[in-house]
Design a protein around this ligand. Structure first.
Ligand code: NI
Length: 182
């Protein structure tokens, strides 16, 4: 069990298409999931894809606990998802300022389908299927993009809506201040 270094944008491994998992319930796969969980926790992430630690397999994990400090983020079930398939269920999109452990310190505004059905396998080879909306749908799609070598900056349609998190937070605070003052 080990916390791995998360690869950063610029590392060519993050641009590769990952391979499907063929053998389930193996020591190697359980080790990979353990390592990913520890790494995600150490980096305080909402999700992690195997290629982010240099393993080019179609494995993602994600999950967000209910947290009173962040009341506007809905809880997302702790999930291990292998060889995922995603089906878009609605034409409507939702936008969010996304971040990524592989693009540290930055945020970008990305729009994605807001209602999807996804399916895949857990680490024991058990098939499952779920529907997702809201933040759950965003995290899922963001993580699965990693399996196809796509990082969220490639999904930003207006590059003016991309920047350093600290600056964006400061700008927001300024706007709220001025609104409050007017
Ligand atoms: Ni990411």
């Amino acid at each position: 069990m080990a916390v791995h270094t998360v690869l950063k944008m610029g590392d060519p491994r993050l641009l590769q298409v990952s391979q499907a998992v063929e053998d389930f319930d193996t020591p190697e796969l359980h080790q990979l999931i353990d390592d990913m969980r520890q790494t995600m926790a150490a980096y305080d992430g909402a999700g992690l894809a195997a290629p982010q630690i240099g393993i080019l397999k179609r494995v993602v994990i994600f999950g967000v606990e209910e947290n009173p400090r962040y009341p506007d983020v809905e809880p997302v079930p702790q999930t291990v998802l292998i060889n995922p398939q995603i089906e878009v269920l609605a034409d409507t999109q939702q936008g969010m300022w996304e971040g990524c452990l592989s693009v540290p310190g930055m945020r970008g505004y990305v729009e994605r389908p807001d209602h999807v059905r996804y399916s895949g396998y857990d680490q024991f080879g058990q098939f499952f299927q779920r529907e997702a909306t809201g933040f759950h749908a965003i995290v899922l799609q963001h993580e699965c993009d990693h399996l196809d070598g796509i990082l969220y900056p490639q999904r930003i349609t207006d590059m003016r809506q991309f920047g350093f998190e600290a600056e964006l937070v400061a700008q927001n605070a300024d706007e709220e201040d001025s609104e409050g003052a007017s």
